[in-house]
Ligand binder design. Structure first.
Ligand SMILES: NC(=O)c1ccc[n+]([C@@H]2O[C@H](COP(=O)([O-])OP(=O)(O)OC[C@H]3O[C@@H](n4cnc5c(N)ncnc54)[C@H](O)[C@@H]3O)[C@@H](O)[C@H]2O)c1
Length: 412
C-alpha cells in the first residue's frame, strides 16, 4: 500500500533487459527478531561458537526523532545487532527511548557511552554541531561510527572525520537514508549499466510546507550550520553523486524568508537552489524549499529526481518508492514500472519487503548495511567519504551565494 493511495497503479512494465537487474546477495541472514535487548549481559563484539554469527553492540547517541523512527527499528530487525546503550542530554527523551526499547543502560553524557562495556559501534543522531566532536572521540576509542547527515558543520570537520576513520580502520557510514529507497537504488543501477546512455541532465526537487513553525536547533546557524541546504538538499546532493558522479563547479542561492520561527530567531536558509556542471559534462539543477505552501511534508510531499540521458529518462519519486518512471528514445513517453523484486531491499537485508509502509520501511536497510559492513569487515556505503563529498558541495554553495559567482567544488 502506498502512502498516497490516490495515485494510479503502475502501468505495464517497460521491457528492461535482464542484465540491468541482476544482483547477488552479499550475505545471508535469518529472519528478523523484533527484540531490542535480546539477552541479558552487555557484551563485546564476539563470534558465537555455535552459529559463528558475530554480534555487534550498538550505542545510540541522540534519541530524538530520527533515532526512534529510523535507527532503533532498523537495528531491531538485524539479528547481528544488539543495542546496548542509549544516550541523550534530555532526560525526558532518554526516558521515552528507554521505555520504548527496554534498554536500561542510559546516559546523558556521550563520553560515558564510549566507556561502556559492550559498545562496538555508535550511531550519532544529535544536532549537527555535535557530530564531529562525538565522531572523533568515538573513532579514537576505536568504535565503528554511523553519523547522521550532514556529517559536519564545515568541510574541515568532515575531512578530519574521514581521515581519522580511515587511519583507525573502523567502519564509517553517513546516514544518507534516501539512497536506500528501492527506486533510487534501481535508478542508480540502470544508469551505471548504461540503460539511458550518456547522462545529460540531473534534476532534483524537494518541496515541503513547513510554514513558520519553530524548528528548534535546526533554525540556529551555530547549531546546524545551514538550514534547507544541509537538512534536505544534502540527500539530493548525494543522489547527484550516486547517479552522475562528482560536480566540478556550481552557482547557488540560499534565502531566509522566515526570520522568526515560533517566536524565535531563525538565521538559516528556508530555500536553496544549485546550478551545477558535473565533471563528466552533465548539468545539474537542484532546488529545495521549506516554504512550498500546500505541498505537504515528509514522505507525502514532493521528492523527485530525474535524469535525462542520450537513450532515455528515469524519474524517481519518494511517494512511489517501489516504482520508477521510464522513458526511452523514440518511445511513446513515460511509463511507470515496478522496481524488480531483487531491488526492493539491499542484498541480505532481513526486512520483509511486503510488510510495513514502503515510504518508511526502506530506511531500516541503512542500519543493516552498517552492521553487515562491520560483521563482514568491508567498507560501508555511503561512507564518510560520501558525507565529505556532500559537505564540499555545500561549502561551495555557501561561497557561491556569498560572492554571487560560480565556484569550483573541492575534490575529495
Ligand atoms: N537521515 C535522515 O533522513 C534524517 C532525518 C532527520 C534528521 N536527520 C539528522 O539526524 C540528526 C538528529 O535529528 P533529529 O531530527 O533526530 O533531531 P532531534 O532534535 O529530534 O533529536 C536530537 C536529539 O539529540 C539530543 N542531543 C543534543 N545534544 C546532545 C549531546 N551532546 N549528546 C547526546 N544527545 C544530544 C537532543 O536532546 C535530542 O533528543 C541531525 O543531524 C539531522 O540532520 C537525518
Amino acid at each position: 500500500m502506498f502512502a498516497d493511495d490516490k495515485l494510479p497503479p503502475a502501468t505495464t512494465p517497460v521491457n528492461i533487459p535482464d542484465e540491468f537487474i541482476s544482483q547477488r546477495p552479499r550475505s545471508l541472514v535469518s529472519a528478523p527478531a523484533l527484540d531490542y535487548a535480546q539477552s541479558s549481559d552487555t557484551r563485546d563484539t564476539k563470534h558465537d561458537e555455535e552459529t559463528h554469527v558475530k554480534t555487534v553492540g550498538v550505542a545510540m547517541i541522540g534519541c530524538g526523532g530520527i533515532a526512534l523512527q529510523n535507527h532503533l527499528p532498523g537495528f531491531a530487525l538485524c539479528p547481528q545487532a544488539k543495542v546496548v546503550a542509549l544516550c541523550d542530554t534530555n532526560p525526558a527523551v532518554l526516558e521515552r527511548a528507554k521505555s520504548q526499547t527496554g534498554i536500561t543502560a542510559a546516559f546523558t553524557d556521550w563520553h560515558d557511552v564510549l566507556k561502556h562495556s559492550g559498545v562496538d559501534a555508535v550511531v550519532i543522531a544529535t544536532p549537527n554541531f555535535t557530530h564531529a566532536p562525538i565522531a572523533l572521540a568515538a573513532i579514537a576509542a576505536h568504535k565503528h561510527v554511523m553519523c547522521e547527515k550532514p556529517i559536519a558543520m564545515n568541510l574541515e570537520e568532515a575531512k578530519a572525520m574521514l581521515a581519522a576513520a580511515e587511519a583507525a580502520g573502523i567502519r564509517h557510514m553517513t546516514a544518507f537514508t534516501y539512497r536506500f529507497v528501492p527506486a533510487m537504488r534501481y535508478m542508480a543501477h540502470l544508469i551505471k549499466t548504461g540503460f539511458i546512455g550518456q547522462p545529460y541532465h540531473f534534476r532534483a526537487q524537494r518541496f515541503q510546507d513547513w510554514g513558520d513553525r519553530n524548528l528548534g536547533w535546526r533554525q540556529v546557524k551555530k547549531l546546524a550550520a545551514t538550514g534547507e541546504l544541509g537538512d534536505m538538499l544534502s540527500h539530493r546532493i548525494d543522489f547527484a553523486h550516486l547517479l552522475i558522479g562528482p560536480m566540478a563547479r556550481l552557482v547557488a542561492r540560499l534565502k531566509n524568508f522566515v526570520p522568526i520561527r515560533g517566536g524565535q530567531p531563525s538565521d538559516l536558509d528556508d530555500w536553496v537552489a544549485i546550478l551545477a556542471d558535473f565533471k563528466n559534462g552533465a548539468t545539474g539543477v537542484l532546488e529545495s524549499s521549506k516554504l512550498a505552501t500546500g505541498r505537504g511534508e515528509g514522505g507525502k510531499s514532493p521528492d523527485v529526481c530525474e535524469v535525462n540521458g542520450s537513450e532515455g529518462t528515469l524519474i524517481y519519486t519518494l511517494t512511489r518508492p517501489n516504482e520508477i518512471q521510464v522513458g526511452k528514445k523514440g518511445g511513446a513517453g513515460l511509463e511507470m514500472q515496478a522496481v524488480p523484486e531483487e531491488f526492493l531491499k539491499i542484498p541480505g537485508s532481513p526486512r520483509d519487503v511486503h510488510s510495513g509502509d514502503p515510504v518508511i520501511a526502506f530506511r531500516w536497510d541503512q542500519d543493516f548495511e552498517f552492521i553487515d559492513a562491520i560483521v563482514n569487515n568491508r567498507p560501508a556505503t555511503p561512507s564518510f567519504a560520501d558525507g565529505a563529498r556532500c559537505q564540499a558541495v555545500m561549502t561551495a554553495a555557501l561561497e557561491s551565494d556569498e560572492k554571487s559567482k560560480w565556484v569550483e567544488v573541492p575534490a575529495i
